[in-house]
Every structure is written in structure tokens, then in C-alpha cells.
Design a protein around this ligand. Sequence first.
Ligand SMILES: Nc1ncnc2c1ncn2[C@@H]1O[C@H](COP(=O)(O)OP(=O)(O)O)[C@@H](O)[C@H]1O
Ligand SMILES: O=P(O)(O)O[C@H]1O[C@H](CO)[C@@H](O[C@H]2O[C@H](CO)[C@@H](O)[C@H](O)[C@H]2O)[C@H](O)[C@H]1O
Length: 478
Amino acid sequence: MNDEAPGNHPTATATEYRDPEQHVGGGADGLALLLAQWLPGQRWFAHKGEALTAVTIESRTPIGQFDSREVEQVLFTVPSPGGPQLYQLWVGWAQHHPERFAHVLIGEVDGLFAFDALHDADVSGAVLQNIADGVSLGDIDFVPEPGATIDTSVGGLVIGAEQSNTSIVYGSSSILKVFRRLEPGLNPDAEVHRALQAAGSSHIAPALGVIEGPVAGERTTLALLTGFFANSAEGWAMATASVRDLMAEGDLRADEVGGDFAAESLRLGRAIAEVHQDLARAFGTAELDADQVAELIGSMVASAEAVGAHVPSIGELLPEIRTAFSRADRASGGVRVQRIHGDLQLGQTLRTLTGWAIIDFEGEPSKPLAVRRAMHSPLRDIAGMLRSFDYAANHSGGASDSQHAYRAQEWAARNRSAFCDGYAAVSGEDPRDMGSLLAAFELDKAIYEVAYEHGHRPSWEPIPLQAVVRLINTGGQK
Ligand SMILES: Nc1ncnc2c1ncn2[C@@H]1O[C@H](COP(=O)(O)OP(=O)(O)O)[C@@H](O)[C@H]1O
Ligand SMILES: O=P(O)(O)O[C@H]1O[C@H](CO)[C@@H](O[C@H]2O[C@H](CO)[C@@H](O)[C@H](O)[C@H]2O)[C@H](O)[C@H]1O
């Protein structure tokens, strides 16, 4: 019989800190071997496509003891073509097979069972309490935002599987995102939430706290706690429901079905324009001259070539892709840049009871931190949203059915246009007036998406790939 039965646990606050020198779990070599087998199956692990030859355990920080389970924070690196990539994992060690955590079991080392400890409600409860109390464990600091009210009376639950990080929801009050892939320094998600909160934005969740620790000698964000929007709906779920409604009504146009999404797309365009205005005020703006625009397009060509080197569907299209980018290369300078969201899509939008909220300001997880924190054209975010409308329209398949494909394009065009109308109404700048540059950003994003799907969801690869083909053939004209 194991000792992990529910109801047999100390309170969430019963964390007992151990000396960092003390070894809490199985040996590092055994853990590294286990991780090499376990990691490729994890959604948040970005290097699935590459043979995982070695895992190096970089640090182990004891977090505490929960019943007989000991928990530590483990930082490890995996090799990748661009250099070692650092990841964060919270490992629980149980003396017996932990049935409660069988679904997140990492494996057995030296007679101890390792599991993903963020799924242990005692651990997630203690973490929340530690943030509220401003506790430090070894080098790890749990820090509440000044003036934040943190409700520690509710238990934590890890949500969903389709994510780059791991998020724990506490009742209907807060959500803790534990960053899986780490780079030394301040995570833009925390930085931007704080800045938008200070700007009084109504489109973000309030920042409540962070977990920080040193990585390569730099103070690094390990996790971000924000308010939770209860009773909200994800933009992606709403948009795909609207597409389903349309497909179910064979005789009706997108503007005639009950589930028409265009009014929401317009509001979403307004919300994004307001967020961009707040970001410009908070972090400032700059302007790219013609040479810098050419440099930007050159970097898009270079990343397409990098993707083409390992994703055959893009490799085959590289000559046409270069030609398509050269169309934007001739665009004039005078392009405004500022801090942006960086990975904007319908899945990063929540329809709350009062309007649209934007989440996940981390940028594209595969890009270096310096790039994610740099200033970019807001067209990059707009292109992300336009791509997402195309994704929503086409994700249900049926592209081989010409009627389905036609109607999907009709839905996408209607909602893309409503979004641009909303954006223009607030900003005074219609993104469609920047046609060739906007098309270049869309192409860049679609190529990123092909690479992303190739690594994470191969059956989805045709969705962005058909957009790449359309964009190189039409230059973005609908
Ligand atoms: N403040 C919030 N309120 C309600 N749900 C949220 C909130 N923040 C995130 N979520 C939910 O958690 C999911 C993952 O959050 P996200 O920040 O996008 O993490 P990841 O970087 O792992 O993708 C979102 O898709 C959304 O459903
Ligand atoms: O995990 P993140 O939220 O950081 O973002 C990554 O995963 C997204 C998918 O979960 C991916 O988005 C792509 O798929 C979406 C539908 O699931 C679609 O709405 C987006 O337009 C499309 O880009 C995102 O690109 C990736 O960075």
C-alpha cells in the first residue's frame, strides 16, 4: 500500500526547508537518464524532433517535504543546435509508487519514484503560500507584488496540456505560470504585465507575484502569478465554435449565421490597439529607416532558411519564399517599432465578462530573450491575429472539399477585416495600408507556425503550410 492516499496530507503551508547541500532524491545521473526518456513526451518540451543524446542536471534546490514526499526544483540543460537549452522542473520523490501521480510519473531512480511535483496539490498550495508570505528557499525567492491580495484558501490544479509552460489555477482567483524553458533575466510576461498594470490597462490580468532565482548569475523569473478571469472564454474556442456554426448551415453566409464572430473580432481589434498604445507609452517607440526595414526582411529570409534546413515542406519552397519577401524589401522606411505582445493569436485572448483580455506576453518561446524583449513593429502582432483567424477557419479540415474551403476563407476574410476595422478605429492606422510589410509578417509567422506544428502537432502542419503557399502566390491579397 502506498502512503499517497488523498486526505492524508499536511496543510499546504507545512513546507520544511532543507539545506541545499542535502540530497533529496535519487542520483543526478539516474535522474538525467530518466529525463532523457520522459522529456520527448512532454508538450512543453521544445526539442522533441531532435535526438535527445544527453540531459545535464545543472542545479537541484530542495523545496520541502510533504508527508514522505520530498520536492526539489531541478534545472537541467539539453543540447540543441543553437547551444544548450535550460529547462525547469519541480521533481517530487516518493518512497513508494505514487498512485495519485501515476499520470505524471517520471520514473524510478535508486528505489525512489520521481514525479512532476507541480501536480501535487500540497506542493502547489505551499508555493502559493510562499509567494503570499514572501519566503526565500535557498536561492529561490517567492515575491508578492506590492499591494497584491493573494487568496491562499483555495487549492491548486494544473490546467490543460496544450501549453509551452505549466499553469496552476487556484480556484477562481489566481493562476501561476511556471516557466519551463528558462533564459537568464526578467521574463517579458512579468515585465509587460507589470508595465500594463501601471498604465491602468483594462485588458490584462493583474500581476500578483513572481518566483525568482539566479540563472547564470542573473536574477531570473521562474514563475508568474496573476489574477484569474473566472467565467471567461478563450478567443480560440469562441472563433472555432463560430466556424462550426457556419459549416453546419450549408445555405447561409458567415454574416447570416447566429454564431457570427465579426462583432467580437472588431472588439478584439480595438483591444489590441489599446494594448499597443499602452505599451508604446510604457516602453517608448522608435522608427526603422529603409535600411533597417531591409535588414528586418533579411532576418525573415534567414529564419525561413533556418526552418527550411530541417522542415522539408519549407525547404522545397525556399526560392518562392525569398521572392515573396523581396516584394516587401522594396517597401519604404518609416516603420514604427515598440514593445509588442510577440506571440499574439486567438489562444492568447480571453473574452471576460467585461471585454477582451490578453494573456501570455512571453513572445515566441523559441526566440532568444533579447529578441522577445526588443522593439518590433505592431504589425507583427496584427499578422499573428490575422494568421489565427485563418487557423480557426481551417482547423476543422475539409480543405479538400472546395465548398468547405471556400466558406472557411469567407469566414477568415470577414473576421480578419473586422479585426483590422477595430484596430484602425482606435489607432487611426489601418494595418491594411501597410500591405506588403503586413504580408511579409504574415509569411514570417506562417513559416514559424509550420516549424512549430512540424515539431509539436505534425497533423496540423498543412494549416500554416497552405497559408505559406497562398502568401507566396498572392502576396497576401485575399
Ligand atoms: N488570467 C487568466 N485567467 C483565466 N485563464 C487564463 C489566464 N491566464 C491563462 N489562462 C488560461 O491558461 C492557458 C495557458 O496560459 P498561457 O499564458 O497562454 O500559457 P502558455 O505560455 O503555457 O501557453 C490559456 O490558454 C488560458 O486558457
Ligand atoms: O504555447 P504558446 O501559447 O506560447 O504558443 C505556441 O503554441 C500555439 C498553439 O497552442 C501556437 O499557435 C498556433 O496554433 C493556434 C491554435 O492552437 C493558432 O490560434 C495560432 O494562430 C497558431 O500560431 C503558437 O504559434 C506557439 O507559439
